[in-house]
Write a protein that binds this ligand. Structure first.
Ligand SMILES: *Cc1c(COP(=O)(O)O)cnc(C)c1O
Length: 355
């Protein structure tokens, strides 16, 4: 293999690529995907909506504006709040970090979504993780101290947090929003399962950016996310966004999906109900943390068994996430996405056998 090290930035060389497990397990509960597909009658209507798309043309500005206006209207955004569209919310996060000055520091309570640190490292931005408390609660004084000490440009808060499922108390979040200077990105990837949001607060908080995605609510394959913030932010982020980053198939599918928001809301309600059942069943066997997302973090009675349990489940055709590699507070932890009732039953039975 050629030696490319002198061409590649140190921050890139130091990282590994985001790992996606290959193969199609019988029961896939590792990546916070929805277990529910589009209902059959909607699939035909969706195909019909796609049929006459001009694939020979670039996406039109009119379509982008239509999608943005629709998202803004549905979210009740004021006119001075802008929207930016992304190829997944990961791309939005990347564009935010790209737009920042190159020598800034960004902060997040950890453990959290790995892409904040990954993207920061790739782009050469300094990332400082501030540990959550032992029960994964937000350590507000520690964060306020970090904000004062590192003077970060940005604070990332996953609300609820991944991989812990924790929904930080609103008053703690508001206390951080009020800290001078740092901009705050509230990542609401799990909004449909938490039903709590800071979206309403963007209107009178010029340093607040709220990010959402359709991935966790049944459209992970589409790759679509969006951001809402004061237009001063979105005007700058529009310069960073690559032209045509959201393709016509995705944009049209998003418009279609927004027309059937009730279908997705119904699926999310079923997942929330199942989450409650799964939590109670897990609680009898393992340490499990309360979650306001579509997954549960748990630790077996013998934490050192986590790797073996993960492998046993995989042999049984059930894929969950092993967080061993994350280490620290997540040592011995596993994460399971809430599936259909039948999938959850199969998971619980296999887990009982593995324990
Ligand atoms: C899954 C996830 C995302 C990324 O979602 P995409 O829109 O699929 O890129 C962003 N933030 C958090 C906290 C997530 O868990």
């Amino acid at each position: 293999m050629a030696d490319v090290s002198r061409f590649i930035a140190a921050g890139v060389r130091a990282r590994s690529a985001y790992h996606v497990v290959a193969g199609e397990p019988a029961i896939k509960l590792d990546a916070m995907e929805s277990p529910y597909r589009l209902p059959m009658e909607l699939r035909d209507r969706w195909l019909h909506a796609l049929r006459d798309l001009a694939l020979n043309r670039y996406p039109s500005p009119e379509q982008y504006e239509r999608v943005k206006a629709r998202l803004a209207r549905d979210a009740g955004l004021a006119p001075h709040i802008g929207v930016v569209l992304g190829n997944g919310s990961d791309e939005i996060l990347q564009n935010i970090l790209l737009a920042l000055a190159s020598n800034v520091t960004v902060v997040a309570p950890t453990p959290t979504f790995v892409m904040y640190e990954q993207i920061a490292a790739i782009l050469g931005r300094r990332f400082v993780g501030i540990p959550l408390k032992e029960d994964f609660a937000l350590d507000v004084p520690a964060l306020q101290d970090a904000l004062a000490r590192h003077a970060p440009a940005l604070l990332f808060l996953a609300y609820p947090n991944n991989p812990t499922g924790t929904l930080y108390p609103m008053d703690a979040v508001r206390a951080l929003l009020d800290v001078d200077d740092a901009a705050v990105v509230i990542d609401e990837a799990y909004y449909p399962f938490a039903q709590a949001s800071l979206m309403g607060a963007v209107e009178d908080r010029p340093r607040l950016l709220v990010v959402r995605t359709l991935s966790k609510q049944g459209l992970a394959g589409l790759r679509f996310g969006w951001l809402a913030a004061d237009r001063a932010w979105t005007d700058e982020l529009e310069k960073v966004r690559l032209p045509y980053n959201v393709g016509v198939v995705t944009a049209t599918s998003v418009e279609f999906a927004l027309d059937y928001a009730d279908v997705f809301a119904d699926q999310a309600a079923r997942i929330r109900a199942e989450r409650g059942r799964l939590y109670e069943a897990l609680r009898a066997q393992v340490t499990v943390w309360p979650s306001e997302a579509n997954f549960l973090l748990f630790r077996p009675p013998v934490p050192a068994d986590a790797g073996r349990i993960h492998a046993r489940l995989k042999d049984a055709g059930i894929l969950i996430k092993n967080l061993a590699a994350a280490g620290g507070a997540l040592a011995g932890c596993l994460r399971v996405t809430v599936g259909t009732p039948a999938e959850n039953e199969a998971f619980l039975a296999a887990l009982a056998r593995a324990l």
